[in-house]
Design a protein around this ligand. Structure first.
Ligand SMILES: [Zn+2]
Length: 322
């Protein structure tokens, strides 16, 4: 298991971080006919065609007037921007020439469709996966970090969308990422620990996961979360891979761990059912539709399949993933 192969950890576009501070960057990029603009609407991304296997881009001339712009980077073909509909980030004065805006919106060609990244991420190519993840993560941050945490003044967006600056005290604020651990815990017999959370659909099971607390190592977070949720004590912990999970701002850090006991007792709040499954038991429960497992975009699914030793067989129609 390697991060380069996880659905949402893939990328092929150069983030071009040095260019973000260039004066007039967004204007320059909008003046390049080859620039491609990805549209973000809430937690959805614009997709091309009916199979949702590729993102849809528009040229700068077709962008939505007034939408917040984020610079995502470039490859040998083009530079890539994201436009954030609704309450997207507004560029600081001077960062974008407002005269290019079309107040009538008459030139806008709406993209053909939108999709939720957690549903389609595993179907996208490397370039599109990386662009969509970066754009969503950044857009989510802007949505909830509009004011200075020091003095409450509304902040302005600079550096192609990668920094917010407070005009009152000149403090700079950077996008945040919340670390979360997720772990395939197996017992001495090689069985995997899966649990069900009450807010999930009936029959949905997954590996334990939780946020890292301040002042805590990743390994300590693995052991604490598993014990809190299931009463299972974890010994050895091994890093496996990570992938961003921008719903809204997580980095999922994946581990394998060895349980030192099998006394499973769900905490009844975060986890209401939990048990160890052998490979045979899991295949049976999955293929007959007795349980649902995490969708292919998730690192949870990859951790389960790594433990299983191969991709899971097709499940009963209609319950393939939840
Ligand atoms: Zn301030």
């Amino acid at each position: 298991m390697h991060s380069d192969h996880l659905p949402l950890a893939r990328a092929s576009v150069d983030r071009d971080g040095h260019a973000r501070v260039r004066p007039g960057l967004l204007d320059d990029l909008l003046a390049e006919p080859s620039t491609r603009v990805l549209t973000i609407d809430g937690d959805r991304v614009a997709t091309a065609g009916s199979d949702d296997a590729a993102l849809a881009f528009v040229p700068p001339s077709d962008r939505v007037p007034g939408a917040g712009l984020l610079y995502l980077g470039r490859d040998e073909d083009a530079a890539y921007l994201a436009q954030v509909l609704g309450a997207g980030p507004r560029p600081a004065a001077g960062d974008l020439d407002r005269r290019t805006d079309d107040p009538q919106g008459s030139t806008v060609s709406p993209p053909p469709s939108y999709a939720v990244l957690r549903d389609i991420g595993w179907q996208l190519g490397d370039r599109d996966a990386g662009l969509a993840v970066g754009a969503l993560a950044l857009a989510n941050w802007h949505r909830t970090h509009t004011h200075c945490p020091r003095c409450g003044t509304p902040t302005e967006v600079i550096d192609g969308g990668w920094v917010r600056r407070c005009p009152a005290d000149e403090s700079l604020h950077y996008p945040r990422t919340d670390a979360a651990v997720i772990m395939a815990i197996s017992d001495e017999a090689g069985r995997i620990l899966l649990g069900h959370a009450p807010q999930w659909p009936e029959g949905q099971f997954s590996v334990p996961a939780g946020f890292v607390e301040p002042g805590e190592s990743l390994e300590a977070a693995v052991r604490r979360e598993v014990f809190e949720e299931t009463n299972v004590v974890v010994g050895e912990v091994t890093y496996r891979a990570s992938q961003p999970w921008p719903f809204p701002a997580s980095l999922m850090v994946g581990f394998a761990g060895r349980a030192t006991g099998t006394d499973v007792r769900p905490d009844g709040e975060e986890i209401t059912e939990a048990r160890f499954y052998s490979a045979d038991e899991l295949r049976e429960a999955w293929t007959t539709g007795a349980i649902r497992l995490p969708r292919p975009t998730s690192i949870a699914r990859s951790l389960i399949e790594e433990w299983y030793g191969e991709p899971l067989p097709e499940a009963r129609a209609g319950r393939r993933w939840a």
